[in-house]
Design a protein around this ligand. Structure first.
Ligand code: SME
Length: 173
């Protein structure tokens, strides 16, 4: 397989439509989560403007453990009681944070980050991980980002067999 970075449209929804097409093609027939999460982190890292980190944390024995990502090295383990990622996983809700410095317990892995969006990922009705994206801009993520990223997460939820990780997700194979 060879991958060429396309010229992404400047319109946000159109850009996401293309990213979703690419994500669909990249994950087609792939049920191993680590392969697809790695490719999706790279896809978003290359395809989304004004972000400095994108990646996944997966549930491992009751806390979040770093998974595939694109960006600077990041914190390895996040308890559910901490951070934007912990809040998303604990409350099973999307966290769209306009200013991370105003979020109690925010974990600053990359000091360049000013806003963040975190979306829970599910398998068999439970949270198995999160998609986390950081931006150096304040208020970088709007309703369109949330809606389109949610579609991407739903694609991963359909395609990935989260029983196939070395992470202790609690999901049976
Ligand atoms: N900021 C996150 C930690 C992960 S990094 O952004 C990669 C948080 O507060 O949970």
């Amino acid at each position: 397989m060879s991958f060429t970075r396309p010229e992404y449209p400047s319109d946000k929804a159109a850009r996401y439509a293309l990213l979703l097409e690419q994500a669909d093609a990249l994950t087609d027939g792939i049920d191993h989560p680590m392969a697809s999460l790695a490719n999706i982190a790279a896809l978003l890292g290359q395809g989304l403007p004004d972000i400095n980190w994108v990646g996944f944390y997966l549930m491992d024995d009751g806390s979040l453990l770093l998974g595939p990502f694109y960006g600077l090295p990041a914190c390895i383990r996040i308890p559910l009681s901490r951070g934007v990622c912990g809040a998303a996983a604990r409350t099973d809700s999307v966290q769209r944070i306009a200013d991370v410095h105003a979020f109690p317990g925010h974990i600053a892995c990359d000091s360049a980050s000013n806003s963040e969006i975190v979306l829970p990922i599910h398998a068999q009705g439970r949270v198995v991980g999160v998609l986390d994206i950081d931006s150096p801009l304040l208020s970088r993520f709007d309703e369109t980002d949330e809606r389109c990223l949610q579609q991407l997460v739903h694609l991963l939820e359909r395609r990935c067999d989260f029983g196939q990780t070395a992470y202790r997700t609690g999901i049976a194979e």
